[in-house]
Design a protein around this ligand. Structure first.
Ligand code: GDP
Ligand code: MN
Length: 368
């Protein structure tokens, strides 16, 4: 299982491997604070982003948003970009390469280090890649750091920093059952060695031992992971209508019906069977992060009561200051109360799905 760069860097920080400061943004407007120069990086589960234009620099909020806008519109080697990582830009004096992987021929971990980092390791000549096969019973001791430091050209304090990074990276590799941990480039910046990139691959069969890792065998997007963590079944799609419904069947039917009317859903979100104002309200948080142009809520009230959902919608509109069109279909338990509450709050509410979607269609046509 591949981790995103930002997830790999979270593990690095946990293990004391230095990384730049940064945050994840799902849309340009998520960038509100930029100090000095920053780097804006596509979060996709593939490498070679630098070459494809997925790594850009900026020095103001406006510029960073513009770069994020460009990157979020990209597709890199068939991967749509759904999020960017915004980090302080490092002043790079030199780029190195460091990785640990499982060497199947020796059935042992193999350290690979090179003073020629920042390019694909496949393009580095073999004599410039220093390898060290780790005896798993001994692990990585400081002497391994000293041997490799010498080859890499590190002495004094840099050799100490490199050794510490290597030992910590090996601990991470072992404790997380990794197949690969790679830092490319490991950079020298103002006297410090820092991981400017991360690639971490976890053995999928070991995931039961790492409940803190979000299972991502399906290569979910960062926003999907975030919404799933909060308890929502959530899938990003490529349209512009945010969708909140309850029950997988009704949610699927909602997507189908939107498409039938020539409208494209931006997401699948199943509220599940719950009667909570907060769960309804917070669903909007994730739908809004996907940046839709309108939101359709489609609820069949049972366990989930329509007046509870109406309260959640009104609370969300208030708290998240939603000024996008919201169209709601409420039917089932307490439907009249629910629709009345929404109507009083100025939100379009209908008893059947067709009328709701027709209303949405006319709103979308009016906005074009
Ligand atoms: P990859 O191309 O997908 O492996 O993405 P990387 O994160 O490795 O970035 C590609 C290249 O962008 C690096 O090798 C650096 O040359 C450059 N880069 C990335 N982050 C920084 C930074 O903070 N400062 C500077 N100056 N260059 C950076
Ligand atoms: Mn890289």
């Amino acid at each position: 299982m591949n981790l995103y760069e930002y997830q790999g860097k979270e593990l690095f920080r946990k293990y004391g491997v230095p990384t730049p400061q940064g945050f994840v943004a799902y849309k340009p407007e998520d960038i509100v604070n930029v100090e000095g120069e920053v780097v804006v990086k596509a979060q996709v589960l593939t490498g070679g982003r630098g070459k494809s234009g997925g790594v850009k620099f900026a020095s103001s909020v406006e510029e960073a948003r513009q770069k994020a806008r460009e990157i979020l519109a990209m597709e890199i080697k068939g991967h749509k970009v759904h999020a960017v990582l915004v980090e302080e830009k490092l002043k790079i004096e030199k780029e190195y390469y460091l990785s640990i992987l499982i060497d199947r021929s020796t059935r042992a971990p193999l350290i690979m280090a090179s003073p020629e980092g920042g390019v694909e390791i496949e393009s580095v000549p073999d004599e410039k890649i220093y390898k060290y096969s780790v005896n798993p019973e001994i692990g990585v001791q400081p002497f391994v750091g000293r041997i490799l430091s010498k080859k890499m050209g590190f002495s004094g304090d840099l050799a100490k920093q490199f050794t510490k990074i290597l030992i910590n990276l090996y601990r991470l590799f072992r404790e997380y059952d990794a197949e690969l941990v790679e830092i490319n480039p490991l950079v020298l910046s103002e006297g410090k060695l820092i991981a400017a990139d991360s690639k971490v691959v976890i053995d999928t069969d070991s995931l039961y031992r790492h409940p803190d890792l979000e299972e991502n065998a399906e290569e979910k997007t960062p926003l999907e992971l975030e919404a799933n963590k909060a308890g929502y079944a959530f899938v990003e799609l490529d349209g512009n209508i945010g969708v909140i419904a309850n029950g997988a069947g009704l949610t699927m039917a909602t997507l189908d019906t939107l498409l039938l009317y020539g409208l494209k859903p931006r997401n699948f979100l199943d509220l599940g069977g719950t009667d909570s104002v907060d769960i309804t309200k917070n669903a909007f948080r994730y739908v809004l992060k996907a940046n839709p142009q309108a939101i359709l809520v489609n609820i069949f009230g049972g366990v989930t009561k329509c007046d509870t959902v109406a309260q959640g919608i009104i609370a969300a509109k208030d708290e998240f200051k939603i000024d996008l069109p919201i169209v709601v279909r409420l039917s089932g338990v307490h439907e009249e109360e629910g629709r009345k509450m929404l109507a009083d709050a100025g939100i379009h509410a209908f008893a059947d799905m067709r009328h709701a979607i027709e209303k949405l269609k006319s709103i979308m046509e009016g906005s074009q």
